[in-house]
Design a protein around this ligand. Structure first.
Ligand SMILES: [Zn+2]
Length: 126
């Protein structure tokens, strides 16, 4: 069965903002969470959340779904765009080290190795 997930962007002006990339990654995080139940493993995720005992952003505290999406953005930044962000941001991301490990384990660290990111490999061209 094909994956069906829709991203609702309500403000056209958002495309002109530097935060657009981060927003798309956030929504992709939701797609991975809600749209791929075979991929997402709630028990492993909860174990990572409990072990971290911290949130990467204030918005991540909203609910489990937002925590997952915000953590996914943080993982992409930490693994692929470290040079773009302030060291203090990297430090705050390191507070969710177990969640980062969850994504590493589930995605085989494709942003570092450029090998695979099933089922999203076509979205991450190296
Ligand atoms: Zn969200």
């Amino acid at each position: 069965m094909p994956l069906e997930y829709y991203v609702n962007i309500q403000d056209d002006s958002v495309f002109l903002q530097p935060e657009f990339e981060e927003m798309v990654l956030h929504e992709l995080g939701h797609a991975m969470d809600y749209g791929t139940p075979d991929w997402f493993q709630a028990d492993l995720w909860q174990t990572a959340v409990d072990a971290d005992n911290a949130f990467v952003t204030e918005y991540a505290k909203t609910n489990t779904g937002e925590d997952f999406a915000e953590s996914f953005v943080a993982w992409v930044i930490y693994r692929a765009y470290r040079e773009r962000v302030d060291p203090s941001v990297l430090k705050s991301i390191e507070r969710i080290a177990h969640r980062l490990q969850y994504f590493d384990d589930r995605l085989n660290n494709p942003l570092a190795t450029c090998k695979s990111i099933k089922p999203y490999e076509s979205l991450f061209q190296c």
